[in-house]
Write a protein that binds this ligand. Structure first.
Ligand code: AHR
Length: 327
């Protein structure tokens, strides 16, 4: 059901956003909220990485050009903030809820509340592990297991002639998040076929540059013979590069580095030879999200899973792609 949003309600939401509240801010459609405009409540994970910043921009810009009234809430990487935001969207009777769940587990109760209120939910970027898939209409985002496999395949090829053990350290994403779980699993599956590949240390860097640096410093102190770093995103890889340089080693040469995302800073480090390989994870989900939202609000059928198309980059490919990279 489409709803009209009065100026009064919109102003109240903006005030709530300014004063803290559930952290929600409301943005106009830019085309004027007409009678058939739709209202989307969007709960974002946070602003932990360059990827996330690009994703937020894509969602906000696409909402504006699609004439979708967006109530945007930043959860600052905390599940309780996302649950609070989702309940606030339900109370405000938005037409559709979209969210990128910070972790996979613990969503059933609030998703049931949305279902009881007849508000369709779209998962974007990250999955939930709910058994009841009727709690959401569709899941739009990358295949994170596949991304982990691509990282592993590059490594296997790179070391195909090596006879000695290959010591790998892993910087995991946020504990319990779909990309951390899946990128770890996909990578482990591929390298697990050859016992020479050994993950000698694996710890979360929470997808941030600062934590990536901190954890890599600890890895370097306790492991003198690191051959490879596999970081679940560019930002942690970039933080780790600072740690490696600080320890007097050359990133990309003394320690080979594989990351995921392909944001501009990561691609620059790849082109500069400090990263060896990047598996792309596209944050530009906004346009597809708006199309899906319009369809589910109209009650049209949508595919239960929409997988984002992605590629991989070597150092040479990064040099070519950088000038036209959007994010
Ligand atoms: O869920 C996507 C992941 O979240 C990105 O790879 C990472 O950079 C972000 O924080």
């Amino acid at each position: 059901m489409l709803k009209k949003i009065s100026l009064l309600v919109a102003a109240a939401v903006v005030l709530a956003g300014c004063g803290g509240g559930d952290g929600t801010t409301s943005a106009g459609t830019g085309t004027g909220a007409g009678d058939d405009s739709i209202v989307m409540g969007f709960s974002q994970v946070g602003a932990e990485s360059g990827w996330r910043t690009a994703n937020t921009k894509s969602v906000q810009e696409s909402a504006k050009s699609a004439g979708v009234e967006l109530k945007f809430s930043d959860a600052q990487q905390k599940q309780e903030n996302q649950i609070k935001a989702l309940r606030s969207f339900i109370q405000q009777k938005v037409d559709v809820i979209a969210f990128s769940p910070v972790v996979e587990s613990g969503w059933d109760t609030v998703l049931k509340e949305a279902q009881n209120a007849k508000i369709p939910v779209i998962l974007t970027d990250r999955a939930v592990d709910s058994k009841d898939t009727s709690l959401y209409k569709t899941f739009l985002g990358s295949d994170f297991v596949e991304e982990g496999k691509k990282a592993g395949q590059w490594l296997v090829e790179e070391y195909k002639d090596a006879k000695d053990p290959v010591n790998i350290v892993e910087l995991q994403g946020t504990t319990g998040s779909a990309p951390a779980n899946d990128r770890k699993a996909g990578f482990a599956e591929v390298i697990g076929a050859d016992p020479k590949f050994k993950i000698i240390a694996s710890q979360t860097g929470d997808f941030t540059r600062a934590k990536g640096k901190e954890v890599m410093e600890a890895f370097l102190k306790s492991n003198p013979d690191i051959d490879v770093l596999y970081a679940h995103n560019d930002d942690m890889g970039l933080g780790a590069i600072e740690a490696i340089e600080g320890a007097g080693k050359t990133p990309g040469t003394d320690i080979k580095i594989i990351t995921v995302d392909a944001v501009k800073d990561g691609m620059q480090a790849l082109a500069d030879g400090k990263i060896n390989y990047i598996v792309e994870c596209s944050p530009l989900l906004g346009p597809q999200l708006m199309d899906l939202a319009k369809k589910v609000v109209k009650g049209e059928q949508v595919p239960p899973r929409v997988v984002t198309e992605e590629t991989t980059f070597t150092q040479e490919q990064a040099k070519q792609a950088l000038p036209s990279r959007q994010y």
